[in-house]
Design a protein around this ligand. Structure first.
Ligand code: B12
Length: 513
């Protein structure tokens, strides 16, 4: 490559005036169709959320994220500041966990510099950073971090003298404090978004006008804006009515992003109808899809994550939910019905998504963890409901070399144990020698091998060959998603089981007849 390329001059990079916020897989542009930033991951005024932070109840916080993504948020604001907790550690954990289960970008919302740096360090992509104000000492702390890690900064239109109550005053801060300052730090002006500030109407009749004019002026000058929309109605009844109307007016003035509650129906409706009228919803497709039947469930009325069933919990990668949903199902269903009817199909959905490129490895991992949690509930149930039996024969099981998929093998283990067999589980990624050694050592009459990848079936074959050589008395059963009867015959296995229950039937036939 060096040979071939050394004479070629690279095309110069043309700077582009786009403002993008990204996750590891998704890019959200500010400046076109308005962007929804979900505001719900924030303890302010939410006692349950505060308690979740104190109890380190991560799943509760992740659910808030999932609900907002389901309701159409493009970016999630993440604020976990509470005086009595270690905010920096919590911020790092939440950012890590959120980006494992969802593809949308995050807005790191904190005034704690350690929390901000720890979040930025592990963030995959270019986050939004909320927020700096025009005070010199704050800018001196935040901008070097932005330069180092990258990000789009939200600059509040306020400084040492407070919040200007005129449009001109707010524009002056945007211009002098941010646009000119950031150059010093090597940050591009396109990576600054101005929060034009929303003050409640209940104390100043001009509040909305000042903010809306500021949005309009900044937009006219090619700048980007963001607003924490719901402040407008503070102290008023039926706040959503005011919020929704104000949101529409702001979008009409060019607002780039609104920090809103995407689960609130009126806000969703304001957004969806604006997108139609603003020409952002081609052929009104989104609108038709969500509102064609008046009582059809629209985005804002999707089932809450709190009631997710086992299938959805696995697909979304929520461990605690999966465990609880399984416990619930065990009241009416048999363990195998749950495994074959939900657990395996849910992982199939994830696997297909992975194959198509719509889901990614971190999501696969989270789903696997959720499936394991669900299965843990089944294991406990099976153990407490099984009758104590005399130990039958010893069976060795393993996932073959090179393969780390062990959920299926673990199911096989629990079922065999439940039928009274002594199971020696060698784990995953087990080399043929280890399998042979154990079988010989225990003089085991039966071994079960699992493989889930076409690339590891060869190692299964290798293990079978060695077993035939060194332990000719031992029968070999195989299973795993990629295997078929034909494959099993081809590689010399004695038995192929399409599901875990088959391992029990085979063992019973072989060892108990
Ligand atoms: C969960 C999962 C993971 C998890 C595994 C976590 C864990 N601890 O097991 C993680 C995220 C770690 C993972 C990693 C990878 N994965 Co993966 N993963 C899956 C997924 C989605 C589900 C597998 C699963 O657990 N299914 C549920 C269980 C219960 O089913 P099962 O194992 O088949 O078991 C049942 C039966 O087969 C049977 N059975 C199983 N074993 C045995 C044994 C005996 C003796 C008997 C009788 C019966 C039996 O009983 C079980 C229940 O009835 C599959 C897709 C799919 N739909 O299968 C991809 C899949 C297997 N993975 C795949 C890939 C490519 C990978 C990675 C290489 C990705 C990467 N780029 O890094 C790595 C592999 C790392 C490695 N070296 O092994 C591919 C394999 C493609 C191929 N044809 O070879 C699949 C098919 C996804 C895809 N469509 O692309 N993965």
């Amino acid at each position: 490559m060096v040979e071939k390329c050394k004479e070629i001059t690279p095309v110069p990079i043309a700077p582009k005036n786009y403002t993008f916020v990204t996750s590891y897989s998704t890019a959200v542009e500010l400046g076109g169709r308005p962007v929804i930033i979900g505001e719900r991951i924030n303890p302010t005024g939410k006692s349950k959320f505060k308690q979740a932070l104190r109890d380190h109840n991560i799943d509760y916080i992740l659910e808030e994220g999932v609900k907002q993504e389901d309701s159409g948020a493009h970016i999630l604001d993440v604020n976990v500041g509470l005086p009595e907790i270690d905010e920096a550690a919590m911020m790092e954990t939440i950012v890590y966990e959120l980006q494992s289960i969802m593809p949308i970008p995050l807005q790191i919302d904190t005034t704690n510099m350690e929390a901000m740096e720890r979040a930025l360090r592990i963030y995959n992509g270019k986050p939004m950073i909320n927020s700096v104000n025009g005070k010199a000492e704050i800018m001196e702390q935040v901008f070097p971090l932005v330069k180092k890690y990258g990000g789009v900064v939200v600059g509040l239109a306020l400084d040492e003298d407070g919040i200007p109550d005129t449009t001109e005053g707010r524009l002056a801060i945007a211009e002098k404090k941010y646009i000119r300052q950031v150059k010093k730090y090597g940050i591009s002006r396109k990576d600054i978004v101005i929060d034009a500030l929303v003050m409640t109407m209940s104390t100043n009749n001009e509040s909305a006008k000042i903010t809306l004019d500021t949005v309009k002026e900044i937009t006219a000058r090619g700048g980007k804006t963001v607003l924490g929309v719901s402040n407008i109605s503070f102290g008023l009844p039926q706040r959503e009515l005011i919020n929704a109307a104000f949101f529409t007016m702001a979008m009409n003035n060019g607002l780039s992003a609104g920090i809103i509650n995407p689960n609130a129906k009126a806000m969703r409706q304001a957004y969806d109808t604006f997108c139609v009228l603003g020409g952002y919803d081609a052929q009104c497709m989104n609108y038709i899809e969500n509102y064609a039947v008046t009582d059809a469930p629209n985005a804002a009325a999707k089932p809450a994550a709190a009631k997710l069933n086992l299938t959805d919990s696995i697909i979304k990668g929520l461990k605690d939910q999966a465990y609880r949903a399984t416990e619930e199902e065990l009241k009416t269903k048999e363990p195998m019905e749950i495994i074959n009817g939900e657990l395996v199909p849910a992982l199939d959905v994830v696997g297909q998504g992975f194959e198509k490129g719509t889901m990614f490895l971190p999501q696969l991992l989270m789903s696997a963890e959720a499936a394991k949690a669900g299965f843990e509930a089944i294991r406990q149930y099976v153990q407490s409901h099984g009758e104590a039996q005399e130990k039958k024969a010893t069976i060795v099981i393993a996932t073959v070399k090179g393969d780390i998929h062990d959920i299926g093998k673990n199911i096989v283990k629990v079922l065999l144990e439940n039928y009274g067999y002594e199971v020696i589980d060698l784990g995953k990624d087990v080399p043929p020698e280890k399998i042979v050694e154990t079988v010989v050592d225990k003089h085991a009459p039966l071994v079960g091998l699992s493989a889930l990848m076409t690339t590891t079936v060869v190692n299964m074959e290798e293990s079978i060959k060695e077993l035939h050589k060194e332990a000719p008395w031992c029968k070999i059963m195989v299973g795993g998603a990629v295997l078929t009867q034909e494959y099993a015959d081809m590689i010399g296995a004695d038995f192929y089981g399409k599901d875990a229950m088959q391992s029990v039937y085979y063992a019973e036939r072989l060892l108990n007849s």
